[in-house]
Design a protein. Structure first.
Length: 234
């Protein structure tokens, strides 16, 4: 199968394969997508998605939900549409990443402050289990992205702030492809695991200042880790 180079990396993603598309697009036509990454950069990065009939057939749906799902992703900034070419993943941009993470910081830090005294022992156990799961996944970027989101949402959902979390999820959806590139580097994955353990330690200690600092540092690590990669594409 021909492979496409992810800009700024040595990672070559396979060109679109309709046999793989159901696993990627099924989340878009399913109503339960809040805690799932919207796209997998390894199969869809910079790849035309014009074959709606074949995609719909593979998913056993009409073209309408597939087209509507792609429109939703376009509205979230994840894909771009070009006439006569179809949809492609939006190119990575450092300024976009900084803006997304700045808004995430405002929303997630507020949710974390509210969530901290409400976290149950079950929540903390779930977060620990997810750290172990992520460490065992190795370089399975797609599975790590799912587990990583579950880790953070376990913390944030304890806030009981559904409207705020709706906007947080939109921001996560818009930056899933950034995280996919970040996780390709083994050093970055190790850094993520260490950050997550510091976050859990702060939660166990119910130390708000340490927790907020750990969350902010965790997001900063992602931006710092991607800066050189993304600036090469500017």
């Amino acid at each position: 199968m021909p492979r496409r180079k992810v800009p700024g990396t040595d990672y070559a993603s396979p060109a679109i394969d309709l046999n793989e598309l159901p696993n990627d697009l099924e989340e878009q036509v399913s109503p339960d997508v809040d805690d799932q990454p919207m796209l997998d950069i390894r199969t869809l990065h910079n790849t035309p998605m014009t074959q709606l009939l074949k995609i719909a057939a593979e998913l056993d749906v009409s073209r309408v939900p597939v087209r509507e799902a792609l429109k939703i992703l376009e509205g979230e900034g994840q894909v771009a549409y070009r006439p006569h070419h179809g949809y492609t993943l939006t190119e990575l941009d450092l300024d976009d990443l900084r803006e997304i993470y700045r808004i995430r910081r405002l929303l997630e830090d507020e949710a974390a402050r509210v969530a901290l005294p409400r976290l149950s022992d079950d929540d903390l156990d779930a977060m620990r289990d997810l750290i172990d799961e992520m460490e065992a996944l190795g370089d399975d970027v797609a599975a790590m992205a799912v587990a990583n989101r579950r880790f953070h949402m376990t913390l944030l959902e304890a806030s009981g702030m559904p409207h705020l979390l709706h906007h947080v999820r939109l921001l996560w959806n818009a930056s899933d492809h950034y995280r996919s590139v970040y996780y390709l580097d083994d050093a970055h994955r190790r850094e993520v695991h260490a950050d997550h353990r510091r976050i859990v330690e702060a939660c166990v200690a119910r130390d708000e200042a340490v927790l907020i600092a750990a969350l902010d540092e965790h997001r900063d690590h992602a931006i710092d880790g991607l800066r050189s990669t993304l600036e090469e594409d500017r």
